[in-house]
Design a protein around this ligand. Structure first.
Ligand SMILES: C[S@@+](CC[C@H](N)C(=O)[O-])C[C@H]1O[C@@H](n2cnc3c(N)ncnc32)[C@H](O)[C@@H]1O
Length: 285
């Protein structure tokens, strides 16, 4: 996120107690802030930058892997909007940066509706600050480990029309669930409640390189989450959907022809481009 508020929040003038009142612990790294640091953003603390630095040491790509994930988000949302999806539930939305879901969706469908959900209170504060003048976008706190609570949230229930297709976005979040959270069951709970014609756009860390496996160890130690899963395991999250072409692939290989002209075209098989796989499935009626 850019702008005056951003500068004000992290310019050192805030005291720990003020962060604590917001529910933010500046002494422990958070997934959203580490991701922001990898992307070169300013909404992060020293603890987050330490994790980001380790990530960039293990895969020295200058953050390209994260940028490719954001580019996948933009292509995926545009693709969904062109398929006629007019409303989105974006769980694990992250700290606002350029090309957020609502900006991409509303560039195709000006009144497309978006509800952002994240469990990080800092994400919620930033999102609300960014969204004050956007009548078609809302943000709420919610934890993917409690899908029923998300589905029962009054904003999620009332702001979206549950008789019409919804684009469910689970981008860069499911790999922060441990196996003991039974992530497949959590995703299925959400899919089962989606109206016919809805779609799931999902991206996930993949264990396809030795660098990714080393990164998993570092993330687990420093961040407490970050699970690399195999291609088959990632594909299984789409069970109950019709997986659309080209299936579950490195995000860089997912409809690269839909990238705006002039966008970066990376080497197809590097640790960076193999780090995140993604796909799009249509919920079976
Ligand atoms: C790596 S960021 C991805 C941001 C964005 N979706 C993207 O792909 O660019 C992951 C986000 O998921 C959120 N997150 C992680 N675990 C979560 C959970 N159990 N429930 C809700 N949000 C979660 C984090 O706070 C973070 O904002």
């Amino acid at each position: 996120m850019t702008g005056e508020q951003d500068e004000g929040w992290l310019d050192g003038s805030w005291q720990t107690t003020q962060w604590e009142q917001l529910g933010v612990d500046p002494t422990r790294p958070s997934v959203a802030r580490v991701y922001d640091a990898v992307l070169g953003g300013k909404d992060n603390f020293a603890v987050d930058r330490a994790v980001a630095a380790r990530r960039l040491e293990l895969i020295p790509d200058g953050g390209q892997g994260a940028r490719l994930s954001r580019a996948f988000l933009a292509r995926g949302v545009r693709h969904l909007a062109r398929l006629g999806i007019r409303q989105f539930l974006d769980i694990g939305s992250g700290l606002p940066t350029a090309q957020n879901t609502h900006q991409v969706a509303q560039s195709v469908i000006p009144d497309a509706r978006v509800v952002y959900v994240d469990h990080d209170p800092m994400v919620l504060s930033h999102a609300r600050a960014l969204l004050t003048d956007n009548p078609f976008t809302e943000a709420v706190l919610g934890d993917l480990r409690q899908p029923e609570v998300i589905l029962g949230d009054p904003v999620v229930k009332d702001f979206l029309d549950w008789s019409r297709p919804i684009g469910l976005l689970l981008l860069g979040i499911v790999h922060h669930l441990a196996d003991s959270d039974r992530p497949g069951r959590l995703v299925r709970t959400l899919l089962e409640q989606l109206p016919p014609g809805s779609c799931l756009l999902l991206s996930h860390f993949c264990d396809a390189s030795s660098e990714a496996r080393a990164l998993e160890e570092a993330f687990q130690q420093m961040l407490g989450s970050g699970r690399m899963r195999g291609e088959q395991e990632i594909r299984a999250f789409f069970d109950g959907t019709e997986l659309l072409e080209p299936g579950v692939v490195p995000v860089v290989a997912w409809h690269p022809e839909e990238e705006p002209p002039g966008a970066e075209g990376p080497e197809p098989r590097t640790p960076s481009t193999l780090l995140v796989f993604g796909g799009l499935g249509r919920v079976r009626p």
